[in-house]
Design a protein around this ligand. Structure first.
Ligand SMILES: [Zn+2]
Length: 221
C-alpha cells in the first residue's frame, strides 16, 4: 500500500494480525519505518509488559522500543497495560498523522483501547495501525480484536511455517507448551515472554487438550 494512502484526511484502520512467531511485529515495524522515510509523522505505543529480555536486553535496545524477533526496532511510548490507559490518553500527540499500537491483545483494558482507536479513526480522522494476535492459544477469537477487524480499512494476516517436527505446512495457530506439553483449553490465555513456551503450528498439529467439539456436519471423533 502506498505510504501516502495512510494520510488521506479521512482516517483509517490497518490491522496486522496472526499467531505467535508469524512475523507480525516485523511487518508492523517495517511499515512504520516506511512511513517515517516518506515524511509521515507517527506515534507508537507499546504495553510495558512487552519487555523481552532475549530481544531488548541482549541487543541493548531500550524498554520503550518496538522490537521484533528478526531484529528491527523503533521507539514508542511505553504504556501501563494493567492500568486505565490515562497515561496513554495524556501522551497522545494529536499533531501526528498516524498512531501505531503494538501488541494490542496484551492490554487489560483492551475494550477501552479499542474505543480510543475508533475515536482517533472516526472523530479524529487519523490513521491507526494495530499489531495483535487474532486468536488465543486455544484457537478461540480474541473478542476485542475481532470487533476492531470489523471496523478495519485493511487487514494483513501473517503466517509462519509449522514448527512441528518435519511439517512444512502454513503455520497459523499459536501452540502453547507448558513443560513441553500442550496447554489445556482452559489454561489462562496469555502469558507474556517465555517465547520457548510457544510455537506456531498448522491446524493439523495444533493440539489443545480439553477443547470442546463443535461438530454439526461431521460425526464426532
Ligand atoms: Zn504442521
Amino acid at each position: 500500500m502506498p505510504p501516502q494512502s495512510f494520510v488521506n484526511g479521512g482516517g483509517g484502520l490497518y490491522i496486522i494480525t496472526g499467531g505467535m512467531k508469524a512475523q507480525k511485529s516485523a511487518k508492523f515495524i517495517q511499515l512504520l519505518d516506511k512511513l517515517h522515510h516518506n515524511g509521515i509523522s507517527w506515534q507508537g505505543f507499546k504495553p510495558a509488559c512487552d519487555y523481552r529480555e532475549e530481544l531488548n536486553y541482549k541487543n541493548n535496545i531500550p524498554r520503550n522500543y518496538f522490537v521484533s524477533r528478526t531484529g528491527p526496532n523503533l521507539p514508542a511510548e511505553e504504556i501501563d497495560d494493567k492500568g486505565d490507559l490515562s497515561d496513554l490518553i495524556g501522551k497522545i500527540d494529536h499533531s501526528c498523522d498516524v498512531f501505531a499500537f503494538g501488541e494490542f491483545h496484551l492490554y487489560k483494558e483492551a475494550e477501552k483501547l479499542k474505543d480510543i482507536i475508533l475515536e482517533l479513526r472516526y472523530e479524529g480522522k487519523k490513521t491507526c495501525i494495530v499489531d495483535s494476535l487474532d486468536k488465543y492459544f486455544n484457537g478461540e477469537n480474541i473478542p476485542t480484536i475481532a470487533q476492531l477487524m470489523g471496523q478495519a480499512t485493511d487487514i494483513e494476516k501473517t503466517y509462519g511455517t509449522c514448527d512441528f517436527d518435519g511439517c512444512k505446512n502454513l503455520g497459523e495457530l499459536s501452540q502453547r507448551l507448558v513443560n513441553g506439553e500442550p496447554a489445556n483449553y482452559d489454561d489462562p490465555p496469555i502469558v507474556v515472554g517465555a517465547s520457548e513456551a510457544y510455537q506456531i503450528r498448522c491446524f493439523g498439529h495444533h493440539i489443545v487438550p480439553g477443547k470442546p467439539e463443535k461438530r454439526i456436519l461431521l460425526p464426532s471423533q
